[in-house]
Design a protein around this ligand. Sequence first.
Ligand code: FAD
Length: 418
Amino acid sequence: SHCCVIIGASHAGVNLAFALRKEGWQGSIKLIDADPHLPYHRPPLSKGFLTETPVDGREPIEKIQLKPIASYEKNDIELMLGLRVESIDADAQQLTLTNGETLSFTKLVLATGARPFMPPIDGLQDAKNLFPLRTATDVIDIKTALTNGNKNVVIIGGGYIGLETAASLRKLGHQVTVLERESRILARVTSPQLSAFFTELHQQHGVEVLTDKDVVKITTDDKGCNQIPNQIICADGSQFSADIIIVGVGIRVNSELAAAVGLKIEHGGIKVDRSAKTSFDNIYAIGDCSYHFNPYYQRFVRLESVQNAVDQAKIAAQSICGKEAEYNAVPWFWSDQYHVKLQMVGVGTGYTDIIERIERDDNSKRSLWYFKEQQLLGVDAVNHSKAYVLGTRFIKAGIIVNKQKLADTCIDLNAENV
Ligand code: FAD
């Protein structure tokens, strides 16, 4: 009988399981994850879930679950949580779990996502209260370490996760320092303009944002009871004390299982075709772990976003059910920090010029429009949903935007004017 086994029960895997039923998959569905929690949304981990206090000592994890437990039962999706897949035998169509159990599959989906990259910093292993931030358990541990008074928190890495965490911890009243190795925060993912905006935003909220800080060593001594246990030392000789250290310096794809069976791995991701199929016929890869072709940009990309996980899951489900399906989505992403809602659409990298708009009637609304010559590549909208919606429409339709009009804030931003 047919069985689809999905490794990874997060945004990609869970959406796939439900999409399979919607597409009429008749066989069984097994959804495996090493994480013991009922599958949950990750974006709130650095936002609302971090700032929310437990009620009667219980963490409000139900608030962030992807689906209530009853829907898995109703859709006949077998959840196998707290179990890790150790190896795959592609020829025998079998996999082995770390508890020794074996499972057979007719279709296999790798939705294995990624794990935090832990940089090779001298003394990192022995640091006290040092955490990555990827799982619910990570956040519960961070919240435990944050109890009993205001703490001195150092965040290594000024990417979205580090910055959202900084905003959340300021809200809770802790002291926060962000140490960024590059010469600006968000250097890997966005333009200098947006980096400058977020630097100022965090400084206004009392975060110490320091760039060109390459952390090389951590020394730890927690014998004294009032002493701050960790000393962080940077390449330039500067030192910082920390009760708690949060590391947010990027991820590495969980691609070991795929590599071991001989699937193609490129640019750190599992290479798939337009239907999310890997180099093996009955094996698919979706979400953060996949390296896939994006037709809007005519190149392969690896994306870390809920949008990509959800959209690829739909395509894979259709393909597994024998339907023609090709991934064809404009990427989008969001981030919440303080009162600022950032919405991004497209892929801005490789731009030749940027148009920045700050709306005259409300200067809290701004947008950055990234162009490669005449082609609109992407839009970053700050508290400005309209810019985000319009940008999405223009990119999808391949509309050539009149840049002069777009740059002129005397002209309202709407579809007719640009
Ligand atoms: P993952 O979520 O990484 O899940 C993969 C799962 O596979 C994991 O649960 C893992 O335990 C499991 N797994 C891996 N290997 C095995 C194995 N061998 N055996 C068993 N299980 C295994 N995106 C946005 O669009 N907007 C945001 O605002 C945003 N905020 C974020 C905030 C945080 C703190 C984090 C961590 C991420 C955020 N993201 C955001 C990114 C988004 O959460 C990811 O893109 C998304 O989770 C990817 O889903 P996925 O299912 O591909 O992979």
